[in-house]
Structure formats: C-alpha cells, structure tokens
Design a protein around this ligand. Structure first.
Ligand SMILES: [Zn+2]
Length: 123
C-alpha cells in the first residue's frame, strides 16, 4: 500500500550571478570594455550593457560609510542613555524636594495640640 507522503517543494535553485560590472581605472565597463558614458546625476553607465558603473572599491567605500554611521549611531545611543540617566536623576531630586515641601507644609497645617475641652462640649 503506497503511503501518502507530503510533497516537499524543491529547494529554490538560484542561478549563479556574475558580479556586476564595474568601472575600470580607464573609465570603461569591466564587462564589455566600452567607455562609460555619463547619464543623469553624473551616473556612469555602460552604453553596451546599460550597467550602472561604479569604481570597484565602491562597496568598500560604502562599507566605510556604513561603519561611520554605525559608530555615530552608537555614540548617539550612548549620549541619549546618559541624558536619560541625568533626566531620571533630576526627576528623582525634584520629587524628593516636593515630598520634603509637602511634609513641611503638612507640619505647618497640623492643628496645635489641643486638650480634650472641645470634645467634652458635645454633651
Ligand atoms: Zn558593459
């Protein structure tokens, strides 16, 4: 008796993709060797394969930029943490001062110690 097996989908096979063409030091496409042309926004484009051409170390440049951004974000987080800590301490101080003021005010509002004369008048 054949048993029913769940059909597993075949793993997706991704075809090997060649690295994108880059701009050579001579200013041409690394793939087809054609001289790059300038498109809008000073982008360099290969007129043959229409690849957007960047210098080969462009990714390294991007990585450096990303690391710089990460570093800046880390510093900002640290600064925010310190500011938050200072804010919390300030709030704690203010709360303590207010509590002391309340205690002092309550002390003033306390009726002076009376003898039992007042209660006895109720008879
Ligand atoms: Zn090309």
């Amino acid at each position: 008796v054949p048993t029913l097996k769940p059909q597993m989908p075949a793993p997706l096979q991704r075809p090997h993709v060649d690295p994108a063409p880059h701009l050579t030091s001579a200013g041409s496409c690394s793939d087809c060797g054609r001289k790059a042309v300038t498109a809008a926004d000073n982008m360099l484009v290969c007129p043959e394969c229409f690849a957007l051409l960047r210098h080969e170390d462009y990714t390294a440049e991007l990585r450096r930029k990303q690391e710089l951004i990460n570093q800046r974000m880390k510093e900002t987080r640290e600064r925010n943490r310190q500011l938050d800590q200072e804010r919390k301490e300030r709030i704690r101080d203010e709360r303590r001062q207010i509590q002391q003021m309340i205690i002092a005010a309550e002390e003033k509002l306390k009726p002076p110690q009376q003898d039992k004369q007042h209660e006895d008048n109720g008879q």
